[in-house]
Design a binder for this molecule. Sequence first.
Ligand code: HEC
Ligand code: HEC
Ligand code: HEC
Ligand code: HEC
Length: 232
Amino acid sequence: MNKEGAGFGRASCDACHTRHLFSVDEARQPEACQTCHMGFDHPQWEMYSSSKHGVRYALKVSGRIPGDSAAPTCQTCHMQEGNHEVRTAWGFLAVRTNGLAPYPGESESWWKDRITVLQGLGVLDPQGNPTNRLEMVKNADVARLNTESFDQERARMLKTCMQCHSENFARAELSKADKTIEDGDHLLAEAIKIVAGLYKEGLLKKPAEYKYDFPDLLTFHDAATQSSSACS
Ligand code: HEC
Ligand code: HEC
Ligand code: HEC
Ligand code: HEC
């Protein structure tokens, strides 16, 4: 995991305000985030620039709509009042727990699916016990591991939407997004269990570098693949 981290790096000061200018105006533009937040495995730029928010921002900059039109940027939602913490409720990995218990109010089935996802991430072992990777996830701060840290970020985001939208609208839209994660977790858990089953039955050869009889999601695109001839 360290190997992968070094390749991407976290945003250093000059990632948003480039070295000689060190311009606040430059850092405030969504393009300052585009360099890193794009592409097939984290297409935040593509999502933003094709959304109503991003389209209005582009039209505003090109002068097609008035310069005072409301159009949130990445920074409006993620760096409220210039806050450099840049932290979200769901975090980079879209998992949440309450000290390895379900987040209050979520369904039993969603929690079960998330346990499977956490096992796929190698944060829990196949028996459901925490592994060393949990420490790594904690240190990298890529997931919210207690109810308070999720709720705090969610409340801040809700307040941001409410600069322009009604509370009911904003809550409903954020719940839709949560539901997408729930549905996604279900599909992912199903797939993880199928592949884990194939490893167990020996129908699929487990890559040597996988510690457990589970697919290791954090190998990302470096995952070992089997050619179709090897399966036949
Ligand atoms: C993720 C992008 C990003 C990174 C990384 C970043 N900044 Fe900023 N910075 C911004 C934005 C956006 C603003 C403007 C905030 C606002 O609207 O007031 C800003 C504003 C500032 C300001 C001006 C504050 C003020 O009140 O005028 C300073 C100073 C600053 N950043 C220093 C730093 C330092 C030092 C680092 C590294 C530790 C850093 N920034 C890393 C995006 C970034
Ligand atoms: C140099 C590359 C780089 C730039 C530029 C950059 N980021 Fe990031 N950002 C990352 C990486 C890598 C992560 C994931 C690792 C992490 O969470 O620390 C991340 C994580 C995030 C997260 C998720 C944090 C969480 O865990 O909840 C948000 C939100 C975010 N960035 C917003 C921004 C915004 C807004 C800008 C522009 C103002 C920006 N980033 C610019 C590299 C970058
Ligand atoms: C209208 C507000 C809004 C704008 C504009 C916006 N985001 Fe987000 N972003 C969100 C919300 C809401 C979430 C999910 C937060 C949560 O966890 O509840 C999120 C999540 C994220 C995450 C963490 C989840 C993930 O995909 O890894 C990153 C990174 C991120 N946004 C980057 C960006 C970048 C970069 C831009 C601009 C290109 C941007 N966002 C524009 C509201 C916004
Ligand atoms: C700076 C103002 C601003 C902020 C902040 C903002 N929005 Fe928007 N949003 C707009 C504008 C303007 C539109 C276009 C609405 C219109 O006039 O049709 C829009 C459109 C939308 C749409 C599409 C609506 C539709 O009817 O198609 C959704 C969904 C949305 N916003 C959700 C959110 C959420 C969720 C947040 C907070 C995470 C948020 N917005 C934050 C200004 C904002």
